[in-house]
Design a protein. Structure first.
Length: 480
């Protein structure tokens, strides 16, 4: 092999190596340069902190949300929607023209009608009609707006709860709280922007009710524990000082930021923020959970017993959380699935929740927070006007699932107070006026937060998704 040929071969190999090096190394390098340019200023803050405060589409009426979710489906017939006709036909089979072929899981289509055993009365200047099971809510009825014409597309608990929280009965979609944090960011650096408080057992819909779906996981809800540290592993193990921890976190943060600049993966930003948030929460979380500095009057207002987990405690913590800049607080209270002895069940649950719900409204209003805090109360669907009774299951005087019509209320944050909308037929079976679907509820919540629900989107799987899918209309009658 001649010297000239060897030199020519080496020269050609050098060119190939240089080209490979250019596309391998400089390709990433050029990408890094472009990313660095994009990450300048505001874009840089959003990349390194996806929870940075963002501007909505227009001026919002509400800045934050507290969702009081009553898992299991409360009976609207025994709290909000009184029907004298049911009392007249109590114990008689429901007319076939009313049922219209609807099938149920635990009762027959011709099951007997069951009138509420609760007494109803009108309250406040607005004259809203409530049952005796809600004596505390009756005190603040002029501050809330009641919708008696809610309906949903889901029939069973898990899909119904997922539908109410994500806008779809299928798993995998982002929750309402995640969409809110994605759109608005968080106003606090020391606590998660989306906090979950659970005062009951498990949830039929599971973690999907506060998950981020296909959104980056930075936007998912953070469940707080009922006692002790609100989040596990906040305290340092023995032998680890704050200084040692800070130096370790600084090194990890530096390495992760380098990786983020190279890859642009939003999950790396999630990891960075979760480490930093955990460090800051070591100081902020214990202070949040310590309600000993609350006045005796405030504790009595909610019915809180310090040191004892309860729905009342979670309502008080919700107020403390929004005071500290938390954007979305989700309270779950499972226990409303009354297939048997619905009257006893409603009494039991309202005893646990009614005082605290009303106290939350009063407390927020007194502190000037209700004006821009949206409070939402409700379950996944309603209960039937027909009785459920099954000796084999040990059930009597209960109610089955009823997605066609149920009730919810909301307050504050741009809601018109003292208003009741919606009407069902004489048997509370079908909606005959002001139908409000779950998609409409979500569209209205986003509207109050400053968003056009059709434009708050996220691209996934090749198309743009939104909370309301391809539906949703504003519920104008409850807007102030």
């Amino acid at each position: 092999m001649s010297m000239n040929f060897q030199q020519e071969l080496q020269s050609e190999r050098a060119k190939l190596i240089m080209r490979r090096w250019f596309f391998w190394q400089c390709g990433i390098g050029l990408g890094s340069i472009a990313l660095s340019s994009l990450l300048s200023g505001k874009a840089s803050a959003l990349a390194l902190n996806p929870l940075a405060v963002k501007n909505p589409h227009y001026s919002p009426r509400a800045k934050r949300v507290i969702f009081l979710f009553m898992g299991g489906a409360p009976s609207q017939l025994d709290m909000f929607d009184y029907k004298p006709m049911l009392a007249k036909y109590n114990g008689k089979s429901v007319p076939k023209e009313v049922v219209m072929g609807q099938k149920y899981a635990f009762i027959k289509p011709d099951a007997e009608l069951y009138a509420t055993e609760f007494k109803f009365a009108r309250h406040g200047q607005c004259g809203a009609e409530l049952s005796e099971a809600l004596p505390y809510l009756a005190e603040v009825v002029d501050d809330i707006s009641i919708i008696k014409s809610m309906n949903t597309s889901a029939f069973n608990h898990a899909p119904g709860q997922v539908m109410m929280q994500t806008g779809s009965s299928q798993f995998g979609r982002p929750s309402l709280g995640s969409w809110v944090i994605y759109g608005l960011g968080s106003e606090t650096d020391n606590l998660p922007g989306f906090v979950v408080l659970n005062s009951a057992g498990g949830l039929s819909g599971g973690a999907a009710l506060y998950g981020s779906g296909f959104l980056p996981t930075i936007y998912q809800g953070v469940p707080f524990r009922k006692s002790g540290d609100p989040v596990l592993f906040l305290s340092n193990p023995p032998g680890i000082t704050d200084k040692m921890q800070r130096r370790t976190l600084d090194l990890i943060k530096d390495l992760n930021e380098q990786r983020l600049a190279a890859m642009g993966d939003p999950e790396i930003a999630t990891r960075i923020n979760s480490f930093e948030m955990a460090f800051r929460m070591q100081a902020s979380a214990p202070e949040l959970m310590d309600v000993s500095k609350e006045s005796p009057e405030t504790l009595a207002l909610y019915g809180v017993e310090p040191g004892k987990p309860s729905f009342a405690m979670n309502c008080l913590l919700a107020r403390r959380l929004v005071e500290r800049g938390v954007r979305f607080v989700q309270l779950f209270h499972e226990g409303w699935d009354h297939h048997s002895e619905v009257m006893k069940g409603v009494k039991d649950q309202t005893k646990k929740t009614d005082q605290a719900c009303a106290a939350l409204i009063k407390d927020l209003k007194q502190r000037g927070l209700l004006e821009d805090t949206l409070v939402v109360w409700g379950g996944e669907f309603g209960r039937t006007p027909m009785v459920e009774a099954n000796a084999d299951f040990g059930r009597k005087l209960g109610r089955d699932h009823h997605p066609q019509a149920f009730a919810m209320w909301r307050a504050g944050g741009g809601i018109k107070p003292g208003v009741t909308i919606g009407q069902t037929d004489d048997f509370a079976f079908h909606i005959i006026k002001d139908r409000v679907h779950v998609h409409d509820l979500h569209a209205t919540i986003l509207h109050l937060l400053g968003f056009d629900h059709t434009k708050l989107t996220y691209r996934s799987q090749g198309r743009d998704f939104r909370l309301t899918d391809v539906e949703g209309e504003l519920v104008d009658k409850i807007l102030a």
